[in-house]
Design a protein around this ligand. Structure first.
Ligand SMILES: Cc1ncc(COP(=O)(O)O)c(C=O)c1O
Length: 451
């Protein structure tokens, strides 16, 4: 960070900042620990990111170390850091009004974005959208709408599942007991295992699979009640461990939900927005959901989400709204993200580069006894670490060690998922050369940690 930025921070009232400590992550982590409730950061592994530098997949910490970023801000940075075309667009809308307050007044950017979502959302039926400021709120909008439309309050959710950390979304979440312990359950949930073929919860192998996971849902509904408002399903189970479900299971879960009159919600917050090579990851399974929930990359870096579902979403006005739901600038930004992805053919590119990335990861799987599974679609892949391929025993300690080694020694900014998985979730602008570079560093880190 240069002197100009230090001066700016000082002028804004940030106390005790100088040239020296502006290059000291430990100092700022200490200050962060004192004043910020810790969410999920692993402050032992990650230094403080320099917010004034970074280009594409290259980011820097305060000390000036350069990293290759595989996490893309957990799928938020579709185009990496300080993407020039985006910065140019942002500059071009600098003088638009920030706030119109969408609860009470309409604006053209917002209407345009809603219409765009109608075009892009899966399914040939009448839809509406509710624009939000986060993924959790997008999920909660889908849930409120499903409750409003069905008069029911029970949801089907999965183990593991991550749909957010507030109210109703938290009630569906189940990926780490710490997220939920002591917080009341907002809605009734019937929970079944997420389809996870590498470790089928029903002891089946891919060859003898009879979609037992879907049958388990049928049984759960029979025993617990068929008053299902909606089944809420991550189109790729993300935080829980990057599970890619088989299409036949997704179809069966969808069909069983519909049989009892419930809606099917696809959580596209992490896997959507073209990451898998299709706009919505659920499209990889040939299933048409009733709702999609969107977030993360949708806002081009601004806090935005959307629930898209059957029209009318709500039985009347004022059933839901948000003060900051897609303010004009945010809506314009989001429209730009869609347009730019189309103009530059990112869906095709993501599918191609993702296939390359996954094929290279599979080479590492063949090479290392501790890589039990590699799975993913497009630019969303998980690498699962085990003690050995035969036992498949999970090895969370090794996974943690590898994350630390990739970051600290090989300057590869990786992020864990689930108990024993590392995610490969790069920005869409990653090149094949960068994939090769990342593979080389990852390979070395795995070798170091298993020597
Ligand atoms: C699949 C999924 N759904 C919902 C959320 C919640 O999104 P937000 O943190 O924007 O509320 C997340 C966040 O990681 C997510 O990965």
């Amino acid at each position: 960070m240069d002197e100009k930025h230090v001066e700016l921070l000082r002028s804004l009232g940030i106390k005790s900042i100088d040239k020296m400590n502006a290059k000291d992550s430990a100092y700022w982590i200490d200050r962060a620990n004192s004043h910020q409730a810790i969410a999920t950061q692993n402050r032992e592994v990650y230094n403080v990111i320099d917010h004034t530098r970074g280009d594409g997949l290259v980011c820097y910490d305060l000390e000036g170390n350069e990293y290759l970023d595989l996490a893309s801000g957990v799928a938020v940075r579709a185009f990496g850091m300080r993407y020039r075309p985006f910065l140019d667009f942002e500059a071009s809308i600098l003088d638009t009004v920030h706030e119109i307050m969408s609860n009470n007044w309409d604006s053209i950017p917002q209407v345009g974005l809603a219409e765009r979502l109608m075009e892009l959302a899966p399914g040939d039926f009448d839809k509406q959208t509710s624009l939000t400021t986060s993924g959790a709120r997008a999920i909660e909008n889908c849930m409120k709408s499903a409750m409003d439309k069905t008069g029911r309050r029970r949801f089907v959710a999965f183990r593991p599942a991550f749909h957010g950390r507030t109210g109703y979304a938290l009630a569906l979440t189940a990926s780490n007991a710490k997220h939920k312990a002591g917080f009341p359950q907002g809605v009734d949930v019937t929970r079944v295992f997420y389809p996870y073929c590498y470790r089928c919860p029903y002891g089946q192998s891919v060859d003898d699979c009879n979609v037992e996971c879907a049958e388990a849902l049928r049984e759960a509904i029979r025993v617990e009640g068929d008053d299902i408002a909606a089944t809420v399903f991550e189109s790729i189970c993300a935080e829980g461990g990057f599970y890619v479900p088989p299409a036949k299971a997704v179809k069966a879960l969808h069909d069983i939900t519909k049989e009892v009159g419930g809606y099917f919600v696809s959580d596209e917050v992490q896997a959507g927005m073209g990451r898998t090579g299709k706009w919505w990851a659920i499209e990889n399974y040939d299933v048409v959901p009733d709702y999609i929930a969107i977030g993360k990359a949708f806002g081009g870096g601004y806090p935005m989400g959307a629930a898209v579902g059957p029209r009318p979403l709500f039985s009347g006005t004022s059933r839901h709204s948000e003060t900051f739901g897609a303010e004009p600038k945010m809506a314009l930004t989001s429209l730009w993200v869609f347009k730019h992805m189309e103009d530059e053919g990112f869906l095709k590119k993501n599918a191609e580069k993702g296939a390359y990335m996954i094929s290279r990861l599979n080479e590492l799987k063949d090479k290392h006894e501790v890589i039990g599974d590699v799975r993913g679609i497009g630019l969303m892949a998980g690498v699962e670490f085990v003690k050995d391929k035969k036992s498949k025993d999970r090895d969370p300690e090794l996974r943690n060690e590898i994350v630390k080694t990739t970051v600290k020694k090989y300057n590869l900014w990786t992020l864990a998922a689930g108990h024993n998985v590392i995610r490969w979730l790069p920005s869409y602008i990653i090149t094949n050369d960068q994939i090769d570079e990342a593979i080389e560093r990852f390979d070395k880190a795995v070798a170091d940690c298993t020597r």
